[in-house]
Ligand binder design. Structure first.
Ligand code: ADP
Ligand code: MG
Ligand code: ZN
Length: 476
């Protein structure tokens, strides 16, 4: 029997206004090579200056994962030649990263949490992009010098499920912290997966393979499954030494396999050395204070939702997993929704309807204020649950609008006024005196009949709770 060992390296593109070492904007530019300057073009004599916002955002992650945030860290050059890197080296932090030794608590499918050690998070500059068109290859340096935070975990994960749980938690965390938009498709959250196996009980790690740049959680799981099987078979066939080497592999989406890309021994060829143009990054008290300004993170939200709002833990996890969902939920409460009812209406009624039309909470046609108001009207009995579903269905097709007007228009207002309901009840009882006598002589089943008649006479608009209560009074 074998055990899987996984460690992850995630490159997060920081959402700073400008690049890591120059004042060029990081925003999308229509025109290739327009967001460039002598520094990010690596023209001779141009000097880099560290972006304070990038450092603060890296530090904020550090505080969020209980890490050491180093008050002094260093930049090093990693040499390699590739057309998308005009300086022929990448500036990174090898000798001392800004963030070291943290932890991330991941949420496993069975509802428990596991602690994953975090090795470090370091700042580095992104490369440009090569574009291949016909017989020509072109280089666009708009992205060159954009700040990346490379976040490295300890080899603490033991299955594909744990690796995916880790990525989801990290993704959610950087989005809560608002340090990256973390869009996997657009490459602002890229992950490299290191995988090895070892016989159960063996302490030493096996040889690790690094799988590069997988752009969805689903592919991460598939690539790990494939790689574990490949390594296990090699072990069982007695060819582990020959077939499993410390190398970089690529996940081929089309074939569903990993393929050797290059040997890892090239690592020594990077000729790392301290960047002579950059002095150590020294953080100030002001930067520390700013980095520590932090939103409430998912784990704290779960705890608060469970302890203070009385929400079940699994529902609290669903709501807090993505920042947008948690914000939506909290805004519903601001507009009068009762927490438990809000959970149901958000997670089953709204999400169910959004899933059906392939939409997400961010572009929901019904906003949080409107849904919160609607839910509050169920609690104060201005509308029935059934009526509220009709209102929601209507708004899904026609967008949010004034709830009261819509309830009125759809004829869904619920009558809770004692006087109005009693008038109907008295009429029903007067019409059915024989049945009233039977009821009073012990045929209690008839109660349902009276409720049904009253509801019918009100055309379904009477508040059923009130009807029950008032009928009991009248018949006792
Ligand atoms: P490099 O800088 O060459 O990529 P690191 O030592 O920084 O190497 O490790 C990179 C990643 O590999 C880390 O996330 C670490 O947890 C993981 N890792 C290290 N050893 C193993 C192993 N035997 N099996 C799986 N993952 C590993
Ligand atoms: Mg690496
Ligand atoms: Zn520039």
């Amino acid at each position: 029997m074998f055990e899987t060992v996984i460690g992850l390296e995630v490159h997060v593109q920081l959402n700073t206004k400008t690049k890591l070492f120059c004042a060029c904007p990081t925003s999308f530019a229509e025109q290739q090579n327009s967001n460039t300057c002598p520094t990010c073009l690596a023209l001779p004599g141009a000097l880099p200056v560290v972006n304070k916002e990038a450092a603060i955002k890296a530090m904020r992650l550090g505080y969020a994962i209980n890490a050491n945030v180093n008050h002094t860290s260093n930049f090093d050059r990693k040499s390699y030649f590739y057309p998308d890197s005009p300086s022929a080296y990448q500036i990174t932090q090898l000798s001392k990263a800004i963030v070291q030794k943290g932890e991330l608590f991941i949420d496993l499918p069975n509802g428990t949490q596991k602690r994953i050690g975090m090795t470090q998070a370091h700042l580095e500059a992104d490369a440009g992009k090569n574009m291949h068109e016909g017989q020509y290859s072109k280089v666009d340096l708009n992205r060159a010098g954009t700040p990346l935070l490379e976040i490295v975990s300890d080899p603490d994960m033991r299955s594909a499920d744990e690796a995916v749980a880790y990525l989801k938690k990290l993704h959610s965390t950087v989005r809560y912290l608002d340090i990256s938009d973390a869009n996997m498709q657009e490459g602002s959250f890229r992950c490299d997966v290191n995988v090895s196996i070892r016989p159960k009980g063996q302490e030493a790690f096996g040889t690790r393979v690094e799988i590069k740049n997988i752009n969805s959680f689903k592919f991460v799981a598939a690539a790990i499954a494939y790689e574990v099987q490949r390594q296990t078979e090699a072990y069982e066939d007695g060819v582990y030494e020959q077939e499993v080497s410390q190398e970089t592999r690529l996940w081929s989406v089309d074939e569903g396999v990993t393929k050797s890309m290059r040997g890892k021994e090239e690592a020594a060829d990077y000729r790392y050395f301290p960047d002579p143009d950059l002095r150590p990054l020294v953080v100030t008290e002001e930067m520390i204070a700013e980095a520590k300004q932090m939103p409430e993170l998912p784990d704290a939200k779960v705890k608060r939702y469970v302890e203070e709002l009385g929400i079940k833990a699994d529902a609290a996890h669903v709501i807090t997993a993505e920042k947008e969902m948690a914000n939506y939920f909290e805004e519903m409460l601001v507009h009068g929704a009762v927490a438990k009812t809000a959970v149901t209406w958000l997670t089953s009624e709204l999400l169910g309807r959004l899933n059906k039309v392939g939409q997400s909470i961010e572009n929901s046609p019904v906003d949080a204020k409107t849904l919160g108001t609607l839910v509050s009207k169920i609690s104060d009995a201005s509308i029935s649950g059934k009526g509220a579903k009709e209102v929601l269905d209507h708004m899904m097709k026609n967008a949010s609008r004034d709830i009261d007007a819509l309830i009125e228009e759809l004829g869904l207002a619920q009558v809770s006024d004692d006087g109005a309901i009693l008038a109907i009840i008295d009429e029903i009882l007067a019409k059915n005196q024989e049945k009233v006598a039977e009821y009073k002589s012990g045929k209690e089943k008839l109660f349902g009949f009276f409720v049904g008649q009253t509801m019918k006479a009100s055309k379904g608009s009477a508040n059923p709770g009130k009807v029950n209560e008032l009928l009991k009074q009248r018949l006792s």
